[in-house]
Structures are given as structure tokens and as C-alpha cells.
Write a protein of this length. Structure first.
Length: 294
């Protein structure tokens, strides 16, 4: 699996992330509810939400930047991207920060703003911040590059033997009409936007459907669209994701619960459209549509 993982993440940001030490899970037993790249009602998930009842650990060594002493203290860090409730931030060096949030407000652990080591207890799962079930929210942020990093690029991977599932593929023409290529096999020539709904799990039977890692579309064997959930970048007030180059996330997450993967121009004749979905372990699922273009 290691070689597959290396090939899978050899993207735009591989060189930077390669030099970082691997991190551990804040709660190895926690159930992942949402992960990086999840379409949350038209907005991207910037980190990972866990259902958990126990202790939350530091995922790596570093220096405590912030440890909220009370729920009210959250306002002092309003520059961070969401209501975090009770939270802790750790600087792991090279600009990489891990944040553990929505922890239990009534059962806090004093942590001094000094160096901390992997597996130090930071707090307990709770209901503070924007949460409606016991758990916590975990994300990684690169202060130097102003980007959110997919934790699965750095955190030691969990075992995974299940390939992703492709739920549906949709094509939308320039007039706004939407087609299911599994049903409509004859299309008019022109430019079409491709939307894909897919999900993955990491072996836990009670895990929620999760976002995959990469979605690729090809036309007649030539790659036409590629969406990678490695990082989100902040550019000129917009959140950007990598899809054949950096594009605003608002262009990707419009088709809830799927993603807009790219555009394809069909010309007259027979066309073979293939969609490939990969997960974090390198496992893949594909579906192929043979179409007649008029």
C-alpha cells in the first residue's frame, strides 16, 4: 500500500509535504463523520469531524500556540475559519499548525503554552462550537502558504481495503439541461460540465460515507478533468481547490452532494467517457459510458 500512497499524492504539493513528519490520529478509535473534501451542503469541509467519547491527543510534537481556557476565549482567535468552541492549536514547525476543536467545555485540561509531545492529552470530546453530537473537529493549516491541508496527506493512514463507490455521473450542457449518461446514450455535440457523486469508507462499518481523494474523467482515453483534494488555498478572498489548476471551490461544490469535476467537449461520432475515483489508500473504482454524439 505504501507505494500506491506515494504515487497517489505525487501532486502539486508533494515536495512540501514530503519533508514533514507523519502525524498520529488525535483519537485512533474515533469514527470519521466527515473528511477533507466533503461537500457540506455546497461548502467544502476544511478538516475532519469525528464521533468520539474519550481523550483527544496531540497528533505530533510541537509548541502550543493557543489553548482555550473557556468557551468565551474563542473570540480572541476569530481569524480562524469557523466557530471552534473549546480548542487547541499546535505549531509543528515549518508553518504547519494542527487544530483540535469542539472539545468538552466542562472537562478541560490545563495545558501550558510550551512544547508538547505526541500523545499528550489535550482535552476530551465534547459539544462546544458548531457541533450537535459528541466528538471533535481536526484540521491542519499551513500559515506560510495560507492553505488548509488534507490531514490524510500527513497522518498515518488507517487500514483500507474497500474501493470508493460511484453513485452517479451527470452531464450538463450549455443550456443548463442535465443528462444521466447511464440512461441517455445519445447526446448533441457541444460543451458539457461533468458532475460526480462518490463516497468512500475506511473499513469501519458504522462510518459515514466519506469524500474520496481524487476524481478523474477521460474522453476517448485522454484525461479531460481531474479534481484533487490535497489542499485548499486562500487567494484574493476566495477558497481555491486544485482542478487542472487552482479554481474557486464555489465552482466545484455546487452539485450537492457531488462535485463538478470539469468540462468536456463532445464532437460528432462515438465517444467513450470514463470516470475514475481514487481513495487515500490508492484503491480505485471506475465507470465507463459509451455515447453517440450527434
Amino acid at each position: 500500500m505504501g507505494s500506491k500512497k506515494a504515487v497517489l499524492i505525487a501532486g502539486l504539493f508533494f515536495t512540501v509535504l514530503l519533508n514533514l513528519p507523519a502525524l498520529d490520529w488525535p483519537d485512533p478509535q474515533g469514527i470519521i463523520l466527515n473528511n477533507f473534501g466533503q461537500n457540506e451542503d455546497g461548502k467544502p469541509a476544511l478538516g475532519m469531524s469525528f464521533s468520539s467519547e474519550g481523550e483527544i491527543y496531540a497528533s505530533g510534537s510541537g509548541e502550543i500556540l493557543f489553548h482555550s481556557g473557556s468557551y468565551a476565549s474563542v473570540s480572541s482567535a476569530s481569524r480562524l475559519p469557523s466557530p471552534l468552541g473549546v480548542w487547541t492549536a499546535i505549531d509543528h514547525g515549518d508553518g504547519i499548525i494542527s487544530v483540535y476543536s469542539r472539545m468538552d467545555e466542562k472537562n478541560q485540561i490545563p495545558v501550558n503554552p510550551v512544547n508538547i509531545t505526541t500523545r499528550n492529552v489535550l482535552g476530551y470530546s465534547g459539544l462546544s462550537g458548531w457541533s450537535n453530537s459528541s466528538g471533535f473537529y481536526f484540521f491542519l493549516y499551513d500559515r506560510k502558504e495560507r492553505r488548509w491541508i488534507n490531514p490524510l496527506m500527513i497522518v498515518n493512514p488507517r487500514p483500507d481495503e474497500r474501493p470508493p463507490v460511484i453513485h452517479w455521473v451527470r452531464l450538463r450542457n450549455e443550456e443548463g439541461r442535465v443528462f444521466d449518461p447511464a440512461v441517455t446514450r445519445t447526446l448533441s455535440q457541444g460543451l458539457y460540465t461533468i458532475s460526480v457523486s462518490a463516497s468512500d469508507t475506511m473499513m469501519a462499518a458504522n462510518e459515514n460515507p466519506l469524500a474520496p481523494f481524487r476524481i478523474v474523467c477521460s474522453l476517448n482515453g485522454v484525461e479531460s478533468g481531474s479534481l484533487n483534494f490535497e489542499t485548499y488555498s486562500a487567494r484574493d478572498g476566495s477558497l481555491m481547490v486544485y482542478r487542472n489548476g487552482l479554481v474557486p471551490t464555489k465552482e466545484i461544490f455546487t452539485q450537492f452532494p457531488g462535485w463538478e469535476v470539469g468540462t468536456i467537449r463532445f464532437t460528432r461520432g462515438q465517444a467513450t467517457l470514463e470516470v475514475i475515483v481514487q481513495d487515500y489508500a490508492g484503491l480505485a473504482r471506475n465507470t465507463v459510458f459509451r455515447l453517440q454524439i450527434e
